[in-house]
Design a protein around this ligand. Structure first.
Ligand code: BES
Ligand code: MG
Ligand code: ZN
Length: 483
């Protein structure tokens, strides 16, 4: 599909559908040729332009133009309202071949506006039919989209959005694919494909390599699985001098049964294919960075395995030793993500990076605290925390800073080992973050608990129901902001 910005407003639109964005209580500025027609449609249907609302009208008598789609921008014109409106348009127009869109630009920011509109369009159109035997997509599909009234020099922002969305879609596809498709091996092969296609370096540590590095926590989690664990390290090294060096670490449990503390009825065990959402976003970001090639060195790390049960499973009460020598008493085998991350964080710190950011579907407690749409953010570094909040806000992805309350660290001390892998129920997402902190010595570090926003139960905004690809866009914005 081709998306292009065209500056001029007055012309004969050749698209078979024309989409027009409207703010609440405002008039649209259009070619006078269409004014009467549009005013009539608005009046007849009492269209109020509420955010996300659409009104689709078949029209007769105009050459080439068969359909007008009105879309509400709500009360305020922001990048977010543009992104969401574009997604609504995409859903309405997906069966038309050619579409012209008239959306206003946010003041002084036509490029960011074009980027937001393109992101919204592409994500709104996205439909995952990989596992259907008879996909709907075979029918007519959108081939050409024109963004009317946006300056021609916004076309590079459209290309940027296309690259970013390719990473978001990779993350969505990894998360949505079931655990019998996306295995640790498949994660590793996906990383290898990215490395090949975009010229990144790749290292896959096999089980024996992880043993040699004494990754007892990571290996303990994977030991009941029939599938071999894969520790994935993908690196993007710029050809120009790097301004900064960072590591992204993603929790990569391709399935989380809970282990011997098995997840019971109503626990959502059937959704635990999403437990590699952090790793999926990590690879999604790698795919984008591989295309954009900024002057930042980025290491992408996924310790991929499954949390299963068998005669080899770790027992509740076992003591594991992580690669920094810390010993961990396993109180609950379902608190496994932090164990895999422990060794991944130790590995990341050895790379001597300026920042480490981890992403993890870590706790149900974070979903209780912040709901389905908002990720929790913990950081040892004020600057890093601010940078990430800024990047997220521009992406329209919601994150909220949470405390690393030192007093609670008492509750994860073990009488028999250095640490236990769980604290009390109260504050469960905070003690999980404090546990991770034990495995980062001095590098500025941030942790995002994405258990809520990695999945959307219902279509809303730019997210079609299902995997969201959260927070690929935040990560990319953040990395670009360092360049
Ligand atoms: N993968 C889960 C967390 C999760 C919950 C992700 C809901 C996505 C949606 C994690 O491994 C887990 O099981 N956490 C436990 C921790 C508890 C045993 C301390 C939880 O949140 O219940
Ligand atoms: Mg678990
Ligand atoms: Zn988990």
């Amino acid at each position: 599909m081709q998306i292009k910005a065209t500056a001029k407003l007055e012309q004969d639109w050749t698209g078979d559908a024309l989409a027009i964005g409207m703010l609440e209580n405002s008039q649209v500025q259009l070619d006078p040729k269409y004014d009467d027609l549009v005013s009539e449609i608005i009046a007849e249907n009492k269209f109020e332009a509420k955010a996300g609302s659409t009104l689709s009208s078949r029209i007769a008598g105009l050459k080439d133009l068969k359909k007008i789609i009105l879309v509400g921008l709500g009360k305020e014109l922001t990048l977010d309202s543009l992104r969401n409106a574009a997604a609504s348009i995409a859903r309405e127009a997906k069966k038309n071949k050619a579409l012209a869109i008239v959306l206003p630009a946010v003041q002084n920011d036509p490029s960011k506006s074009a980027q937001a509109i393109t992101e919204g369009m592409l994500l709104g159109l996205y439909q995952d039919e990989r596992f259907k035997s008879d996909p709907e997509k075979k029918e007519a599909q959108l081939e050409k989209v024109e963004l009317i009234g946006l300056p021609d020099d916004t076309n590079s922002a459209i290309e940027l959005a296309q690259s970013i969305v390719s990473g978001v879609i990779l993350a969505k596809e990894l998360v949505a694919a079931p655990a019998n498709v996306v295995t640790p091996l498949e994660m590793a092969q996906t990383a290898e494909r990215i490395a090949q296609e975009y010229g990144l370096e790749i290292k896959i540590l096999e089980e024996q390599d992880c043993k040699d590095l004494s990754m007892g926590a990571f290996l303990g989690v994977g030991q009941a699985s029939n599938l071999p664990p894969k520790f994935i390290h993908l690196s993007y090294i710029p050809t120009k001098k790097a301004n900064k060096k960072v590591a992204i670490v993603g929790k990569s449990l391709t399935f989380d049964s809970g282990g011997l503390n098995i997840k019971g009825q109503g626990s959502g065990i059937e959704t635990m294919k999403m437990d590699m959402g952090g790793g999926a976003a990590t690879l999604g970001a790698a795919k984008v960075i591989g295309q954009l090639k900024p002057a930042i060195e980025v290491h992408f790390i996924c310790a991929a395995t499954e949390n299963m049960i068998s005669g080899h499973a770790m027992h509740p009460g076992d003591i594991l030793t992580a690669s920094n020598g810390k010993t961990i008493e396993i109180i609950n085998t379902d608190a496994e993500g932090r164990l895999t991350l422990a060794d991944a964080l130790v590995y990341a710190e050895k790379l001597e990076v300026d920042y480490i950011v981890d992403l993890a579907t870590l706790t149900g407690a974070c979903v209780i605290a912040l709901g389905d749409d908002i990720a929790g953010l913990w950081s040892t570094d004020e600057d890093l925390s601010r940078q990430l909040q800024q990047a997220a806000s521009e992406a329209g992805e919601k994150i909220w800073a949470m405390p690393l309350e030192n007093k609670y660290a008492e509750s994860i001390k073990s009488p028999i080992a250095d640490l236990k892998n769980v604290g009390p129920r109260a504050g469960g997402s905070i003690t999980a973050a404090l546990f991770l902190k034990e495995f980062v010595k001095e590098t500025p570090w941030a942790h995002l608990d994405i258990a809520g926003p990695v999945w959307a139960d219902k279509t809303s905004g730019i997210n079609n129901a299902g995997a969201t690809g959260f927070p690929v866009r935040t990560l990319v914005n953040w990395i670009l902001s360092l360049a």
